[in-house]
Design a protein around this ligand. Sequence first.
Ligand code: UD1
Length: 335
Amino acid sequence: MKIIVTGGAGFIGSHTVVELIARGHEAIIVDNFSNSQPFIIDRIKEITGVSPKLYQVDCTDKKALKQVFENEKPEGVIHFAASKAVGESVLKPLLYYRNNLTSLINVLEIMKEEKVNNIVFSSSCTVYGSPDVIPVTEKTPIKKAESPYGNTKQIDEQILTDFQKANPLFNVSILRYFNPIGAHPTGKIGELPIGTPNNLIPFITQTAAGIRKQLTIFGDTYDTKDGSCIRDYIHVIDLAITHIKAIEKLKKENGIVDVYNVGTGVGSSVIEVIESFEEATKQKLNFRIGNPREGDISAIYADNTKIVSELEWKPKYNLKDALVHAWEWQKKLQK
Ligand code: UD1
């Protein structure tokens, strides 16, 4: 299939482009490089031998985006392009609503005009808020969003569902990611946080690399096995592959909305992640216990039964693999 990948130079987008190419698809990248870098495109070529076509376009610019669709005539879209920092969304809510809602609306309007019927959308487990029961299934109730970022994901899911209802031939796959981590095993592509990382794994690898002095564990008095928060960390390649399986399924369907949790089904605490990192990479981490971070929930992990059975998908990598790959990426970044 020829597939437009918005945000295709980003962390999850670039790994998805690599996997699309590996499976014989044609990926057309649309990216404005607001949170990614052009050298990633060269790296995709180094890994796959194929240089994906790139349009440096902002998805909030409907005219420019429409031109891409007219030129390329894709069969489907994988829509990653969005702002994703929870804390920043609290400070700059309008930026988040503009970017994350306008982009999706533009994509859908153009898809309708150009008669492109298949979209895979990147959502987040953040839509479940602080769940009453874990693991969460796709039927777990959606809670009021804790941040403008989380709210944009909820609204986007609603926009997609409403749009599909009004356009019965349209196919939607909503992927609710748990915590994507890791990097390509070649060390050529990975996460590129701007400034001080908010997320745990880049903070760990930067601390091990000496860029950050100390890692703070945000709280050790939660009601969990060791008092630190529990998350479901999924290797970015395993996550990337679900997008391809999802869009290949949509191509065979007529008028559906699929919703999948994309997680490993395994919950790991912050302390376990640190121990696994130290063990797998033989690096000693300088860390301390700090206060809980505002807005953090104590524990969440996925019931992934649905995606495992319907998409015949199984995670290939475990936590240690992902941490080793993230560390290899970090080391190469500094060379
Ligand atoms: C958050 C968002 C998620 C978003 C993801 C990626 C929520 C509920 N979740 O996930 O939607 O997709 O970011 O941007 O808003 N931690 C530390 N020390 C640190 C950093 C993190 O102890 O320096 C802990 C956190 O308390 C948390 C875990 O590590 O328990 C993971 O944190 P993080 O990587 O920021 O991801 P989430 O907050 O789970």
